[in-house]
Design a protein around this ligand. Sequence first.
Ligand SMILES: Cc1cc2nc3c(=O)[nH]c(=O)nc-3n(C[C@H](O)[C@H](O)[C@H](O)COP(=O)(O)OP(=O)(O)OC[C@H]3O[C@@H](n4cnc5c(N)ncnc54)[C@H](O)[C@@H]3O)c2cc1C
Ligand code: HEM
Length: 370
Amino acid sequence: MSNLSRLLKESWTLVEEQQDKLASYFYARTFLNNPQLRDLFPVQMDVQRSRLLGAIVTAVQTVDNPENFDEYLQSLGRDHRKFHVQPEHYEVVGDALFEALRTYGGDQWTIEFDQAWRDAYARIAEVMIAGAEADSTNPPYWHAEVLYHERRSRDIAVLTCRPMQPLEYRAGQYVSVETKYQPRLWRVYSIANAPRKDGSLDLHVRAVGAGWVSSALVRRVRPGDMVRLGAPMGQMTLDRRSTRDIVCVAGGTGLAPIKALIEEMTRANRTRWVHVFFGAKDRDDLYDLACLNRLAARYPWLSVVSATSDDPDFPGEHGNVSDIVARYGPWRNHDFFVSGSPTMVRSTLRTLAEMQVPSIRIKYDAFGDV
Ligand SMILES: Cc1cc2nc3c(=O)[nH]c(=O)nc-3n(C[C@H](O)[C@H](O)[C@H](O)COP(=O)(O)OP(=O)(O)OC[C@H]3O[C@@H](n4cnc5c(N)ncnc54)[C@H](O)[C@@H]3O)c2cc1C
Ligand code: HEM
């Protein structure tokens, strides 16, 4: 561990248990120093669940782990254009952060700790600002019209929307979405199709519990509504130079990016076998299985295994999808794509590690922290 990482981790332990108070102080300071910044944030701001402070702390703690980090920060900076974030805002937010840390770190907060946070934050801010500047030919967000809205189960809908301006992305990426029903609340959703000539995008959305944005997308949005989309992000894209066969593991609406990748392969692939494992709680949640099966019938290189964990009469595999992947192995020479809930992704990554699949061959997106 480098000296910088050690200082950041050590100093965080001083304030970690007072995170909620630190967050309140941080936001109060930010909005006091620049009241206009309040308008960038959601109307109902629940400090405990607010995303910015947690995200900055995670980024700062990761600063010494450069694998794909710069690329991530550049796209995060680009994505922040949707919040109307300007370069000068980084200083306001940074100052509020350093002040909050100093206040809650108390007597034990040393100049060395302060400097470590300043250095890490400055490095991150620099890359994010550069990412935003490099994207100035694109709009900060895209207005898109919802063309179709199809309920596939009680909680799942497939939406098709068309951005008003060209939105370039690669199969496997995701975009953030905002609806008029929850202004300034953005959540990310994977694009479920490879780029099309007419520019339209499919989203597969599951309404979770009391979820603000997912419920609006499933239960309130209608054809003709406008939504806003942020810049595409994510590294779960196809490595076209690889000749290895592919295993895709999808849980529920985690199928969305996998479907986009399969679609991309229907345009070019002739040589790589693609095995898709699609798991869900019950058959209703296998909302797109019929389409997957049609693709498998048409393309000889594609096979689909479906599984339910909680539907004893389902005519397919039973159990957690990660266990089923293990049963069909070994998979020593394959590229992997894994997408779904954090629990499902975590258990699949564990299974693959036990099967000695090198982590460099695994790309994954979890719908939350893994
Ligand atoms: C890279 C990435 C790609 C994603 N792609 C998709 C996608 O293609 N389709 C899709 O449906 N979702 C996807 N998600 C999840 C999505 O971004 C939202 O997190 C989800 O829709 C919940 O948002 P919300 O505003 O409705 O819930 P919030 O208001 O954020 O949360 C409400 C409550 O629900 C809980 N909660 C949040 N998520 C879940 C969950 N998954 N299961 C159980 N409880 C939960 C929260 O802890 C909270 O208590 C993706 C997430 C990531 C990080
Ligand atoms: C080190 C610098 C920063 C990092 C690492 C960072 C990271 C993040 C991340 C990862 C999110 C969550 C995104 C999402 O859920 O869609 C977020 C949200 C947000 N960020 Fe930043 N950010 C930084 C600086 C800033 C600055 C300077 C501003 C300007 C005010 C800003 C404004 C916002 C807003 C408004 C949100 C949405 C908040 C919410 O929904 O609760 N960020 N940030």
